[in-house]
Design a protein around this ligand. Structure first.
Ligand code: PLP
Length: 477
């Protein structure tokens, strides 16, 4: 950007003024934006620093830029209004962009993951490791085959909806009729459609505290107010929820009752029944996020989906991401037919309709005769890994842990209370990547570990890293 064309007969400082003015007028430099230092500009333009100073002095006197003592030179924000043509202040728009705000801790974790340093153990990523994802072989398919199948309904590919329906009936003994199912591009698209169609900017939604939803920018972007409700051993606390519903006119309650992300907790049967009753009384719908449903370590009849307890008032989300990898981008939403039709219609209007390709392939995987045995094997391995990680943590007196009944995550709480910023950086220094509790709530005292990523080979590494981190934090407190 900072290259200067020196024209014959035009003083260099004038060319600099014209260049900077053109940047301001084109919006390449935004109001309030910091200009490079005089020394840097002199280097970029290959001129004396005094020439740059001369040009900047002129721009200051014209009011286009301002100097702030000790902090440098900035484009004058006040100048915006006196521009000859009205302009959009893009900076204001960009500042509102909820998607651009990446937490510095996330940034550092993601940088470490990208470096693929062998000294780093990634228990942060919310995915199965590649070696655990079951593999399926597909029959030879032709392009025509896909085209013929393409006559799909707005709700999604019918054979896939039927397979999901059959699978849920078989595994959990409850029915999600295929006409109630909307296939989505992952569970996140189901959430997104609900935000777009059933909620409005300014609406209040109650979620568990901590919750993975707290970390999603789509709520902030849609102007939804999230209210966290504390959890106890049995799940979301109902007294606090009732207070919240009354106080903030809550429009929807969103929970992840089985093997919750991030705490790994499973809501008790009694709590499930009481939650459903409470929401019926206040006529507040529940959104049940059940993406870990297939990864239960206890018999499925011990875990009653809320959807089974109250099919009318519960919207239910499932996904293949946690068993077949999130790049498959296959999720589903079960809602009353009228609601589903509206969501499908809205999706079509936004031109977010689904491609036939992943749907057809997902259906082939679900109907593979080895699907059930492969998932059973996956579950066993995941449970074994969970137990090994739990044993490591359980032996450390500094951490409080509970073995989850399924899913991916173990939540370990530092018994002495809040961890300070310098404690969190110890995890990064030791190359032990975990998700800190402040991603999911205001809490500063716990870590989320994705234990599925800990195989026999790196269990020892985890032990060593965890011991080193724990000792360093304890020594310093
Ligand atoms: C509880 C929960 N719900 C929904 C999702 C999103 O799932 P998908 O990858 O299908 O969009 C995740 C993914 O991390 C999750 O943990």
């Amino acid at each position: 950007m900072w290259s200067l064309k020196k024209e014959k007969g035009v003083p260099v400082y004038v060319s600099i003024i014209e260049l900077i003015l053109s940047y301001i007028k084109n919006g390449d430099l935004l109001p309030g934006e910091h200009l490079p230092s005089e020394r840097k500009l002199a280097t970029y333009f290959q001129v004396n620093r005094s020439t740059v100073v001369h040009a900047l002095d002129e721009l200051v006197s014209l009011g286009w830029i301002i100097r702030k003592q000790g902090s440098g030179t900035f484009v004058n924000e006040g100048k915006w209004g006196i521009s000859t043509t009205p302009r959009t202040d893009w900076r204001l728009y960009l500042e509102q962009n909820a998607f651009a705000k990446v937490d510095p801790f996330t940034e550092q974790i993601e940088r470490l993951i990208k470096q693929s340093d062998t000294n780093v153990l990634d228990l942060y990523t919310g995915e199965l490791p590649m070696d655990l994802i079951p593999s399926f072989s597909f029959p030879p398919l032709t392009w025509k085959h896909f085209l013929e199948e393409e006559q799909q309904n707005d709700l999604g590919y019918l054979p896939l909806r039927q397979s999901i329906s059959r699978q849920t009936e078989k595994d959990y003994g409850f029915s999600l009729p295929s006409e109630s199912l909307l296939i989505t591009s992952g569970a996140q698209q189901a959430l997104f459609l609900i935000l777009q169609v059933l909620l409005q900017s300014g609406d209040s939604v109650a979620i568990e505290d901590p919750s993975f939803l707290y970390a999603l920018p789509i709520f902030q972007a849609a102007g939804i107010r999230l209210y966290g409700v504390k959890m106890d051993q049995e799940g979301i606390n109902l007294e606090a929820l009732e207070k919240m519903i009354r106080q903030h006119r809550v429009k929807m309650v969103m929970v992840n009752p089985s093997f919750q992300n991030p705490t790994g907790k499973t809501m008790s049967m009694e709590r499930r029944q009481a939650l459903v009753k409470l929401c019926q009384n206040y006529q507040v719908p529940i959104l049940e996020d059940d993406v870990f449903a297939n990864l239960n370590f206890v018999p499925s009849d011990q875990i009653l989906p809320l959807k089974k307890l109250d099919p009318e008032n519960v919207l239910y989300i499932g996904s293949l991401s946690k068993i077949l990898g999130s790049t498959t981008k296959i999720g589903w939403l079960s809602a009353p037919t009228s609601v589903n039709q509206q969501l499908a219609e809205a999706r079509k209007m936004m031109d977010f309709s689904l491609s036939i390709f992943p749907q057809l392939l997902a259906n082939l995987a679900l109907t593979d005769k080895e699907f059930s045995s492969k998932i059973t094997h996956l579950k066993q391995t995941v449970e074994q890994r969970g137990k090994s990680v739990f044993d490591v943590l359980d032996k450390m007196v500094e951490w409080d842990v509970t073995m989850p009944k399924g899913g991916f995550y173990i939540w370990a709480t530092w018994k002495q209370g809040k961890l300070r910023p310098k404690d969190w950086t110890i995890f990064l220094q030791e190359g032990l990547l975990i998700a800190p509790s402040f991603f999911f709530s205001e809490n500063q005292d716990s870590i989320r570990i994705n234990f599925t990523r800990v195989d026999e080979n790196n269990l020892l590494i985890l032990k060593e890293k965890l011991r080193a981190v724990t000792q360093k934090i304890a020594m310093d407190s």
